[in-house]
Design a binder for this molecule. Structure first.
Ligand SMILES: Nc1nc2c(ncn2[C@@H]2O[C@H](COP(=O)(O)OP(=O)(O)OP(=O)(O)O)[C@@H](O)[C@H]2O)c(=O)[nH]1
Ligand SMILES: *[C@@H]1O[C@H](CO)[C@@H](O)[C@H](O)[C@H]1NC(C)=O
Ligand SMILES: *[C@@H]1O[C@H](CO)[C@@H](O)[C@H](O)[C@H]1NC(C)=O
Length: 419
């Protein structure tokens, strides 16, 4: 009996030693030895709504890996990067590390793909008293240098020289490092990354510049499942609903905008009516400077809005915008006083808790429930509202509309929901 015990101890000990050889020191004694962890990050200047799009690419990858029969692939969990240092966020307090649950409903995300928060990963390590996270492997994705010149867009990847010097800290944390950083020139869908994961035993992998990897099939059934799983945090939805009820005479009963409590039970529909208001997403700031050929001036915006209010016989208008107050006041003064113009102003506690991204989400939700929506061409902020309206089941012509620059009225792409 005693011998047997020693024997077992020896075997388990031996196992952990051999593990060290392949998967490096830190993660070997990780509590969940069966799992592999995929961390990812996105090009720092990218905004909140593009990051949501990159998440979908990763979630689809994880969803497919989870179904794989290969134990080296189906044991992956995706560790979500905290929200911090977003370029569009103007507040300059101590940088915050906001978890995904601030903005999204984690159980909903987890019904589509095995994902977890970074702080949950940290907690699991802390049981072993780690103070530093040494990642087994960092892969920095980059485009093939000659791809655009040669026009060769075949799907491929290759470990190559780094085009830019690698960083030494990740996610702005000083306690996440790695001794093993490689650059991969990559062209193809995110699921092609599984080929990379097959070639390594690394258990903790960080991908940088994940936006380089593309969608598998943008707009497919699986894309929309991932998208539907991105339900917003309950509190944000409640704040938006309150606003609809109080100012816009809008609620799900009157508007025909009920969703199943679980997104898996969502059904195809086209009968959403929406609240009795017109909603507009007016993207200004860098769009005014960066896209002068597509961005109408405020006089033209006011004309387009007024015309649509008249067509629709609506009296209420909700505007979501990143415009400075002075521009908003200017715009409002150009709209007839017979219309009620609303904008969401966050009280201090909402601002403290949900920050700029949360306030923007509240505005996005309010836009989503309107009888008719007009967005800004080529803004990912607008795309996310259009998707939300597809999920809610609005008729297509109430959703895919954008503000036009005179004589340059491009029709937006229509990406219809698929079940
Ligand atoms: N509150 C509020 N903020 C907005 C609005 N439009 C843009 N913003 C802010 O501007 C940021 C940039 O827009 P995002 O759409 O997230 O950035 P992006 O992913 O680069 O997308 P676009 O630049 O819009 O294509 C958002 O994250 C918001 O902080 C709006 O209507 N309301
Ligand atoms: C991943 O696979 C496991 C085992 O098959 C399953 O129990 C789990 O529900 C899956 N997770 C997701 C989010 O699909
Ligand atoms: C790394 O630092 C962050 C922020 O200070 C902390 O929350 C986290 O627990 C640390 N991680 C580890 C593994 O100690």
């Amino acid at each position: 009996m005693f011998y047997l015990l020693i024997y077992i101890v020896f075997i388990t000990h031996h196992k952990s030693v051999s593990c060290e050889e392949v998967c490096y020191k830190d993660s070997c004694s990780d509590p969940d030895v069966e799992s592999r962890y995929l961390f990812y990050d996105v090009n720092p200047p990218e905004g909140f709504n593009l990051r949501r799009d990159v998440y979908i690419r990763m979630a689809v990858l994880m969803h497919k890996l989870n179904k794989s029969r290969d134990p080296a692939l189906n044991s992956f969990k995706l560790v979500l990067p905290t929200w911090s240092h977003l370029v569009h966020w103007s507040y300059s307090e101590v940088p915050e590390f906001l978890p995904w649950s601030t903005f999204f409903d984690m159980p909903s995300l987890q019904k589509f793909a095995p994902v977890m928060e970074l702080h949950e990963y940290f907690t699991s390590l802390k049981r072993n008293k780690y103070t530093k996270l040494l990642l087994d492997r960092v892969y920095i994705l980059q485009h093939f240098e000659d791809m655009f010149e040669t026009g060769n867009f075949e799907e491929k990847w290759k470990v190559e020289k780094c085009q830019k010097a690698p960083k030494s800290r990740y996610f702005y944390y000083s306690n996440i490092t790695s001794n093993n950083v490689k650059c991969i020139s990559f062209h193809g869908p995110a699921t092609k990354l599984s080929e990379v994961f097959k070639k390594t035993n690394a258990r903790t992998i960080l991908l940088e510049h994940t936006e380089v990897a593309l969608h598998d099939h943008f707009g497919s059934k699986i894309y929309w499942e991932a998208r539907r799983s991105m339900r917003f945090n309950f509190n944000l939805r409640e704040i938006a609903n309150q606003f609809r009820e109080t100012y816009l005479n809008s609620n799900d009963v009157n508007d025909n905008t009920f969703l199943a409590s679980d997104w898996l039970n969502d059904k195809p529909k086209r009968y959403a009516l929406g609240g009795p208001y017109l909603s507009v997403h007016l993207r200004r700031r860098d769009f005014v400077r960066g896209r002068p050929d597509d961005t109408p001036d405020l006089k033209s915006v006011a004309q387009q809005i007024s015309k649509q209010l008249e067509n629709l016989r609506l009296t209420k208008l909700f505007i979501a915008t990143d415009a400075p107050d002075s521009e908003f006041i200017d715009l409002k003064s150009r709209i007839s006083e017979k219309y009620e113009v609303y904008k969401y102003t966050a009280p201090h506690d909402v601002q403290e808790k949900f920050h700029e991204a949360g306030i923007a989400i509240i505005e996005q939700i309010i836009c989503s429930y309107a009888r008719y929506f007009i967005g800004t061409a080529e803004s990912t902020f607008t795309f996310r509202i259009q998707e939300e309206r597809e999920i809610l089941g609005f008729p297509i012509d109430t959703t895919f509309n954008v503000l036009c620059k005179e004589n340059n009225c491009k029709k937006p792409s229509v990406w219809q929901i698929v079940y």
